[in-house]
Design a protein around this ligand. Structure first.
Ligand code: WQD
Length: 318
């Protein structure tokens, strides 16, 4: 939607394995422009070839990946096949057709547990603590090498924790099955769909013992993508491959999120303390200076606004 609002003609590719076709109608209701849609599994090399053969593409924003840290520990091969093979097939077709503007959904998980907080882009890439994080590290390396060898231009946006729904409450997170991420699990618990929220660990070395993350409104995140694509299209990038942390710069513990949710929604939340989840780190929140200054991008929404939008979206689903 943000791309359409900025005048781009948008073509969406999705295999609908973790999303619903109704999203197209919801986008159209908000922007009154129905995006072109192709149901393609990017692991299908021939289908990717055919798409690029039949469509003139100026730039690609690659969101299509599995993204649950915990799930990746249980299903590593699914994550390597989907997050790596699909990326390679996409880049191969882009190279062959000189489509050389590429935005990549990366993740703060590339930093593992950073030694210094807030995390800047200068923080070392550490051994990933989950197969998901490893696919993002490998993905960035593949892109960096491809940019160098084939003179492509790419920007990796290292997401912190995307949450919330569009202000129209017509678009939001739609996890299929049991939610892996905190916010949809909270909203489904508050809606009575889930019995209670399990808080994965209260023995972390933090103020209240629960893990800290940087929760960024998904619309703020979307706007960062538009800025990044415009940077490449306007040839403002200084390197073939650039990367930016995209967060709010503020860390919130799981308990702080629960309390903030209860406050903004007036919904008491049923939760219990459970064991830590394998693959989790203690704390991650962004130093956003580089994105603020270079991309001229700043997040606008607060944690509370994001949580309220997520709750309103959840109430619409019931
Ligand atoms: C957040 C916190 C959990 C569920 C996500 C995405 C990943 C990447 C980074 C973009 C952790 C705790 C969770 C629950 C809990 N984003 N939690 N009970 O693991 O930080 O990773 O952001 O690339 O794609 O998955 O997010 O929402 O799973 O967990 O206590 O039922 O909430 O332990 O501390 P995570 P999350």
């Amino acid at each position: 939607m943000e791309l359409q609002n900025s005048g781009f003609e948008v073509v969406i590719i999705d295999d609908l394995s973790n999303s619903r076709i109704e999203v197209l109608e919801q986008i159209t209701e908000v922007t009154e422009i129905k995006p072109e849609f192709h149901q393609i599994d990017l692991r299908d090399k021939k289908a990717v070839y055919n798409f690029f053969n039949e469509n003139k593409i100026e730039g690609v924003i690659h969101f299509a990946a599995f993204k649950a840290v915990g799930e990746s520990v249980q299903k590593p091969l699914d994550y390597y096949e989907n997050n790596i093979n699909a990326l390679v097939y996409l880049l191969q077709e882009m190279k062959d057709r000189n489509v050389d503007h590429f935005i990549f959904s990366s993740s703060c998980t590339v930093y593992g547990q950073a030694d210094k907080l807030p995390i800047t882009e200068k923080a070392p890439i550490k051994l990933a603590k989950s197969p998901y994080g490893n696919t993002k590290q490998i993905g960035e390396e593949i892109i960096k090498d491809s940019c160098k060898a084939y003179n492509m231009n790419a920007i990796a946006l290292r997401y912190f924790n995307p949450i919330g729904a569009h202000e129209s409450i017509k678009i939001g997170e739609l996890p299929l099955g049991v939610p892996q991420n905190l916010i949809p699990f909270i909203t489904q618990t508050a809606a009575g769909i889930r019995e209670e929220l399990a808080v994965f660990g209260d023995d972390y070395p933090t103020s209240d013992g629960t893990a800290i993350r940087d929760y960024i409104h998904v619309v703020d995140l979307a706007k960062a993508h538009v800025k990044a694509l415009q940077r490449l299209l306007n040839k403002q990038n200084k390197e073939n491959f650039e990367f930016f942390n995209v967060g709010t710069g503020k860390g919130s513990s799981v308990m702080e999120v629960i309390k903030a949710f209860e406050k903004v929604t007036q919904q008491p939340l049923n939760y219990r303390i459970a064991a830590r989840r394998e693959g989790d780190i203690t704390s991650a929140y962004a130093d956003t200076t580089k994105a603020n200054e270079v991309l001229e991008w700043k997040p606008q929404e607060t944690l509370e606004e994001a949580l309220l939008s997520a709750w309103k979206w959840q109430q619409k689903q019931s």
